[in-house]
Design a protein around this ligand. Structure first.
Ligand code: CAA
Length: 257
């Protein structure tokens, strides 16, 4: 791997993917996104991994898709490469993914963070969709996910002016889960990941699936989907362990079965 670093066991049950193009502010070129896709696929299959963290570095989570790589491309070049198809794997990943964001999360970087399930932001984080300033528009979900998170008026402002919002503002809008001092943003993300990793991984993945479904389908269908997942969990050993542990007044030990 040239553009990311992966640690499958950063902490017990937690894998870390770190974008590693610091000089280019972690601009997301095709190869980097391919590396993310391939590694997410692998980590999703690895029973030891329960939660995945994606991070950049202090200065930048990612400053967007690689403008230099795209600058000379034609429509047909873009269509052939279909760069956003590599992003589908992020959305398909069953395990929870948390973005640990410091510095710039712009364009594709903001979209990458929003495609994750949760965002922990350092107080220096800045979010934005500045594509309009380079004559295009968001292409990896920005117009949809930002609008769902911020509402129409604010999303429209960001997408049409390219201006950034601070971590605090992003928190106020519900885009990020929490804002923490820069020195501890990764540590705080690991703490959140560890809380989730202590739960039944099957229940976590089915719950994640149901929450995500609420964005796709009408309420009735979402409720039906939720109920099916809820009932399905009663065939897991973890459900017996979780409920027995409660009755026996002890901590559950979930095995992911
Ligand atoms: N693509 C390619 N290279 C990038 C980049 C990007 N998105 N963002 C930054 N870089 C490179 C710069 O070209 C520069 O490289 P050189 O040293 O070789 O010149 C290096 O990273 C450092 O950047 P700056 O010198 O510009 O740093 P700065 O602190 O002055 O500014 C910034 C930081 C405001 C983030 C500025 O770099 C910037 O505006 N970057 C582009 C942001 C952007 O427009 N993102 C959207 C991209 S399109 C997209 O993402 C489409 C989509 O929907 C997927």
């Amino acid at each position: 791997m040239e553009f990311i670093k992966v640690n499958k066991a950063y902490v017990k049950h937690i894998a870390l993917i770190q974008l590693n193009r610091p000089k280019e502010l972690n601009a997301l070129n095709l190869q980097l996104m391919g590396e993310i896709r391939d590694n997410l696929k692998e980590l999703d299959q690895d029973d030891e991994v329960r939660v995945i963290i994606i991070t950049g570095d202090e200065r930048a989570f990612a400053a967007g898709a690689d403008i230099k790589q795209m600058a000379g491309k034609s429509t047909i070049d873009m269509w052939k490469v279909d760069q956003f198809s590599t992003w589908d794997q992020i959305n398909k990943t069953r395990k929870p993914i948390i973005a640990a964001v410091s510095g710039f999360a712009l364009g594709g970087g903001c979209e990458l963070a929003m495609t994750c399930d949760m965002i922990v932001a350092s107080e220096t984080a800045q979010f934005g969709q500045p594509e309009i300033k380079i004559g295009v528009m968001p292409g990896a979900g920005g117009t949809q996910r930002l609008t769902k998170a911020l509402g129409k008026a604010k999303a429209m402002e960001l997408v049409l002016t390219g201006k950034f919002i601070s971590a605090e503002e992003a928190y106020d809008y519900g885009l990020v889960n929490k804002v923490v001092p820069t020195e501890v943003y990764l540590k705080e993300t690991v703490a959140l990941a560890s809380e989730i990793a202590a739960m039944s991984p099957i229940a976590v993945q089915m719950a994640k699936e149901a929450v995500k479904r609420s964005f796709e389908v009408p309420l009735e269908e979402g409720l039906h989907f939720e109920r099916k997942n809820f009932y399905m969990l009663f065939s897991s050993e973890d459900q017996k362990e979780g409920m027995n542990a409660f009755v026996e007044k002890r901590k559950p030990d979930f095995k992911g079965r």
